[in-house]
Ligand binder design. Structure first.
Ligand code: Z5A
Length: 213
């Protein structure tokens, strides 16, 4: 097993149905083939407490959820996840591949709901000081196209939002991908083989510059 003094943190981001869960395993395979010890996890969730918060967040309910309350629940789950799972794994040299992280909060709560982006940044500093992804694979697809992939399952509280909400989410992701070099935009509207080919290429590129201790 290849061990580094500190592991690397890779996140997979994107709208609903863009293939995040499907591609977590692909990224894990590439890393394991290179000898890295890999932990895969997801947000919101990743610990028993954070998974409970996830259920609260996703459950459709009659009571409208205040965007600030939603944001703070997400960061409560994230603080627990980072403290109990992500940071301890990175510290012993494991590579962490996580489905969604704080880029989701900028996209959904700031972009989608209109929460102040500076407040999101401050909560991020409080919840996970110094812990940011080294590489983010952002799976980009028009909301309508990706939604048809998950149309047979029952929709959670977020998936019931209007199309404009998801357009704002996507615009925010695209803007962040343009501004931050750690975020690689991948066209996820194509067939799975093409998407996975590009994902593997992005991970290999990252390994060529970041895999040395
Ligand atoms: N949320 C938030 O608001 N703020 C935050 O900070 C965080 C989260 C962290 C739950 O997230 C909600 O939490 C999320 C935002 C909010 N809600 N929304 N909307 P989640 O990640 O659990 O939920 P999700 O985004 O809805 O995930 P998903 O529906 O499971 O989608 P996915 O993981 O991206 O897709 P998938 O399950 O891998 O693939 C879906 C289907 O498409 C499946 O049948 C695949 O085989 C198929 N697929 C995948 N790729 C392809 C391609 N390329 N072609 C054809 N078919 C494909």
């Amino acid at each position: 097993m290849t061990r580094l003094s500190r592991g690397r943190f890779i996140t997979i981001e994107g709208g609903e149905g863009t293939g995040k869960s499907t591609n977590v395993d692909r990224v894990r395979n590439v890393l394991e083939q290179r000898g890295f010890d890999v932990l895969t996890t997801r947000e919101p969730g990743g610990t028993p407490l954070a998974e409970e918060i996830r259920s609260v967040l996703l459950e459709p309910r009659d009571e409208a959820v205040d965007p600030i309350a939603e944001t703070m629940l997400i960061f409560a789950a994230r603080a627990q996840h980072v403290a109990k799972v992500i940071e301890p794994a990175l510290r012993v040299g494991r590579w962490v591949v996580c489905e969604r992280f704080t880029d989701s909060t900028f996209a959904y709560q700031a972009g989608g709901r209109g929460v102040d982006a500076d407040a999101v940044a401050q909560l991020a500093d409080l919840a996970h000081p110094g812990v940011w992804p080294d590489l983010t694979l952002y799976l980009d697809a028009p909301p309508g196209a990706a939604m048809t992939r998950i149309s047979t399952r029952s929709l959670d509280r977020f998936e019931r939002e209007r199309r404009e909400f998801f357009e704002r989410v996507r615009e925010t992701y695209v803007a962040r991908a343009r501004d931050q070099s750690r975020i690689v935009l991948i066209d996820a509207s194509r067939d799975l083989v093409s998407v996975q080919r590009e994902i593997v290429r992005a991970v290999e590129r990252f390994l060529s510059t970041h895999a040395n201790p």
